[in-house]
Design a protein around this ligand. Structure first.
Ligand SMILES: [Zn+2]
Length: 397
């Protein structure tokens, strides 16, 4: 028997507040965990008799919620001042960084992450090790190398491909590596000199081919797209999520609504780049116009009813791993309802990641559970104060 089975006992968690991830709240709640799954959830007064044999854990003043999901991280990067030089040069060092960064997510109550770009299979391998129980970390759905054009953004976290045929081949190569999704770089980037972040990197025919190939093979597509030029092309191609989307207009918002694509606004990197003391001036200057447009774009998307998910772009300059709770706080400060904010980092994210047994507290779901100090609905910053973290029913913090 390995250690993870030894400490996986039936338990009943009792707390004054519970948010199930879909938008429902329960007062004076009980959550019964058994065999790595949730056996029952509801009001403590109605707890089934069979649960009385389980160990009870009282969490006074706490809110129970699903383990958080961060839909945009880079496990090989560790939040140094410049992303290009922060990503280690050897695969061995990158893999070690990914292991350490994975643990940071788990400590913060993040039990699932989507990794959106690494030079090779580093995050994929860490995800397999977590599944095998040899490394402590969140469940990882990894894109492998991001697909980017010649001269495009983050070539050092990706695979260069041009033209529809090469884009199809890149999808196949990533699938063969073990990728669980595809990341494509659809505009220039703030952290890379060259192409304007508002302009499309790929042509419509190129992105159409990539998305068609990915969907045909059962992989969802996340598009890095800062400005409306690339957001439009990406959404027309049918991507499943737009990452950053700092400049949106009426047309892009209509495309979000028409396609059902999710919007991962990633406030964290923008905030950290603008306030970070070690971030080079050229990066700040490149980021400034996008930073100025960002909140207005987000608010327009909210007003229209675009589906929001929480992603941090963790690993980018001064943006450490394990802070998706802070991303939710930023989105709430920008106008998102608190329960919708929680949903963006739980049920809505799980739906995007095709993880129907995660991101929700309901009977039968995987027992990935977070307890935080305080009433989240009254004070959203409570999300940033984890007191207990359970992964598949096992207490990991
Ligand atoms: Zn990223």
């Amino acid at each position: 028997m390995n250690a993870s089975n030894a400490s996986r006992f039936p338990a009943v968690l009792l707390a004054p507040y519970l948010l199930d991830g879909t938008g429902s709240a329960v007062r004076d709640a009980a959550l019964w965990l058994d065999g790595g799954r949730i056996a029952w959830v509801g009001r403590a007064a109605e707890l089934p008799l069979q649960a009385r044999a389980a160990t009870a854990l009282e969490l006074p003043g706490c809110t129970l919620l699903p383990g958080l999901i961060d839909v945009h991280v880079h496990l090989v990067a560790s939040a140094g001042p410049e992303l290009a030089s922060d990503v280690p040069r050897t695969e061995a060092e990158r893999s070690l960084a990914a292991v350490a960064n994975a643990r940071r997510h788990l400590d913060a109550g993040v039990t699932t992450v989507r990794d959106l770009g690494a030079p090779g299979a580093e995050a994929i391998v860490v995800g397999r090790a977590v599944e095998a129980g040899t490394v402590e970390g969140p469940r990882v759905i990894a894109a492998g190398p991001a697909v980017t054009m010649t001269g495009g953004h983050i070539a050092y976290l990706g695979r260069v491909a041009d033209g529809p045929e090469q884009l199809r081949a890149a999808v196949r190569a990533n699938l063969g590596m073990g990728a669980g999704c595809i990341k494509v770089v659809a505009t220039g980037g703030v952290l890379t000199r060259g192409l304007d972040p508002r302009r499309a990197a790929y042509t419509q025919a190129e992105l159409d081919a990539l998305v068609d190939e990915a969907h045909r093979l059962g992989l969802k597509v996340a598009a890095h797209a800062i400005g409306e030029g690339g957001v439009t092309v990406a959404l027309r191609a049918g991507v499943d999520s737009v990452e950053h989307g700092m400049f949106l207009n009426d047309e892009t918002i209509e495309l979000f609504l028409a396609t059902g694509a999710r919007y991962s606004a990633t406030f964290a990197p923008r905030e950290q780049i603008m306030r970070g003391e070690t971030v080079p001036r050229w990066t700040k200057e490149r980021a400034r116009p996008a930073a100025e447009a960002h909140v207005a774009s987000f608010q327009a998307a909210l007003k229209a009813g675009v589906r929001i998910v929480a992603g941090t772009d963790a690993g980018t300059p001064e943006n450490p791993h394990g802070r998706v709770a802070h991303e939710v706080v930023s989105m709430v400060e920008a106008g998102l309802d608190v329960l919708a904010g929680v949903r963006a980092a739980t049920a809505e994210a799980a739906d995007l990641l095709d993880e129907p047994d995660r991101g929700v507290l309901r009977a039968g779901a995987v027992a990935d559970v977070l307890a935080v100090a305080g009433d989240v609905t009254a004070d959203v910053t409570a999300l940033t104060r984890p007191t207990a973290v359970f992964q598949s029913g096992r207490r990991v913090r």
